[in-house]
Write a protein that binds this ligand. Structure first.
Ligand SMILES: [Zn+2]
Length: 122
């Protein structure tokens, strides 16, 4: 038997705890179809904000991808970030072989990406 799509019970609602306190009883299996306050975790603002944050974090992580780097200022070639044996990140041009490090910022891949993109021309 398929569950009715319209079926709502208080047990699925994020306000179950508060309502139980108001009603002084367990209302886990109470029919919530006519409840104006019915809100599941997935429809709540808190969940929505959580999703938004997740998307921002995912975006920030992909921003360190090599294809986000500006091209080589000497030859216009594609550059990539590499890590050397000292665990320093540098920028390397795949066309002319140019290599650049950014001092203390070389420890941090994200900083190297930022420094490179603000340093190089277009
Ligand atoms: Zn180059």
């Amino acid at each position: 038997m398929k569950p009715e799509p319209q079926k709502r019970i208080c047990g699925e609602c994020i306000h179950e705890y508060a309502c139980s306190a108001w009603n002084r009883g367990n209302m886990h299996n109470t029919d919530a179809r006519n409840c104006a306050n019915y809100e599941t975790v997935k429809t709540s603002n808190a969940y929505y904000i959580g999703v938004q944050d997740g998307m921002k974090i995912a975006k920030a992580e992909t921003a360190t991808d090599d294809n986000e780097l500006k091209s080589c200022p000497y030859c216009g070639g594609k550059v990539e970030i590499f890590e050397n044996y000292l665990k320093q990140f540098g920028v390397h041009c795949t066309v002319c072989g140019m290599i650049t490090f950014f001092g203390n910022d070389s420890q941090n891949k994200q900083k190297v990406t930022c420094r490179w993109n603000e340093r190089a021309g277009t």
